[in-house]
Design a binder for this molecule. Structure first.
Ligand SMILES: Nc1c(NC[C@H](O)[C@H](O)[C@H](O)CO)[nH]c(=O)[nH]c1=O
Ligand SMILES: CC(=O)[C@@H](O)COP(=O)(O)O
Length: 135
């Protein structure tokens, strides 16, 4: 059974909690086990929590969940680009899948609601990668 860790941003809580619910439901459907969920203040804090989970031998893969919504500046681009790059770096460093379930940047709140399904896609990717890399 694939054992998943989930890191979820609390920023835009109304959206990210729906993402977490969908992620847990899809993990159950795929017969994967969610062994740990870590809540972080925002997407920018996700990489450190991902590293913490990847160091856990009981975690086969990590799913990241969040929504980066545009503001008046390009700050959303900074948050997303830096976090997503470190997520990839950590996956390669620990040789474990880390799936991107973070929507945005450059996104409105309505568009964020329309992309809650990114959570399902991320769980699917994490489980597929675990099975294919093991085989
Ligand atoms: N604007 C969004 C943020 N910003 C907060 C940062 O992620 C971080 O928590 C803060 O800068 C403190 O270090 N986070 C999101 O998850 N989504 C956003 O739209
Ligand atoms: C992406 C964010 O952190 C967002 O809250 C930034 O808003 P702003 O660009 O108006 O400072």
């Amino acid at each position: 059974m694939v054992k998943l860790g989930i890191v979820v941003s609390e920023f835009n809580y109304d959206i990210t909690q729906m993402m977490l619910k969908l992620a847990k439901e899809h993990a159950k459907f795929l017969e994967a086990e969610v062994v740990r969920v870590i809540h972080v203040p925002g997407v920018f804090e996700i990489p450190l929590a991902v590293k913490f989970l990847l160091e856990n031998e009981d975690v086969d893969a990590v799913v990241t969940l969040g929504a980066v919504i545009e503001g008046e500046t390009d700050h959303d681009q900074v948050v997303m680009q830096q976090a997503s790059r470190k997520i990839i770096d950590l996956s390669l460093e620990y040789n474990k899948p880390v799936a991107l379930g973070i929507s945005g940047p450059g996104m409105s709140r309505l568009e964020a609601h329309e992309r809650v399904k990114y959570a399902k896609r991320a769980v699917e990717a994490a489980v597929k990668m675990c099975k294919r890399l093991k085989s």
